[in-house]
Design a protein around this ligand. Structure first.
Ligand SMILES: [Zn+2]
Length: 172
């Protein structure tokens, strides 16, 4: 069991994905308040990372649209009493939810933040919290009968679009 307290959104949650996240059992993680940017340059860089996050999603959506596929963006899915989940691309009829996870904020194995560096005490738990939420949302959607596909933003948009097409065919 891993407990993660995120002081930014005030959430405390328990998870059983300790192994997946690389933690042992009974680990307590606290996400401290956001640190100030270490420098103006660093601040600009962070803003650029956030902006860039949306570019692969746009590419993937364009490719899907070009294939004649129609889907919803920012569509809230409610399952049970949980807070609505908003996947990046949603095919409502086929019940397919697609996420394109940002490498930095979701801890991609190739481009995620390594231990150490400025504000590691903040970003380590923050990214762990994001990954925990990703896993929770995947399981919740699946429990509600949804097919869930998750991709990293670094994956080629054409490959992602092809995989989504194949997923839709399988869901038909
Ligand atoms: Zn990556």
């Amino acid at each position: 069991m891993v407990w993660i307290l995120d002081t930014q959104d005030g959430l405390i949650s328990s998870i059983v994905f300790a192994k997946a996240l690389g933690y042992g059992a009974d680990v307590a993680i606290a996400v401290p308040p956001s640190p100030p940017a270490t420098s103006p340059g660093r601040s600009r860089n962070m803003a650029a990372i956030r902006r860039r996050d949306t570019v692969p999603e746009k590419c993937i959506r364009s490719l899907l649209h070009a294939q004649g596929l129609r889907f919803r963006v920012d569509f809230p899915i409610r399952i049970g009493g949980a807070r609505p989940i908003r996947p990046d691309v949603v095919f409502t009829r086929r019940q397919l939810a697609v996420f394109v996870d940002g490498c930095y904020f979701h801890g991609c194995p190739e481009h995620g933040r390594r231990d150490g560096g400025a504000n590691a005490a903040y970003w380590g738990p923050k990214i762990a919290r994001n990954r925990e939420r990703d896993a929770e949302q995947t399981m919740l959607l699946q429990s509600g009968g949804w097919m869930v596909m998750r991709f990293w933003e670094h994956e080629p948009a054409a490959a992602v679009a092809a995989a989504v097409s194949a997923g839709l065919a399988a869901a038909a």
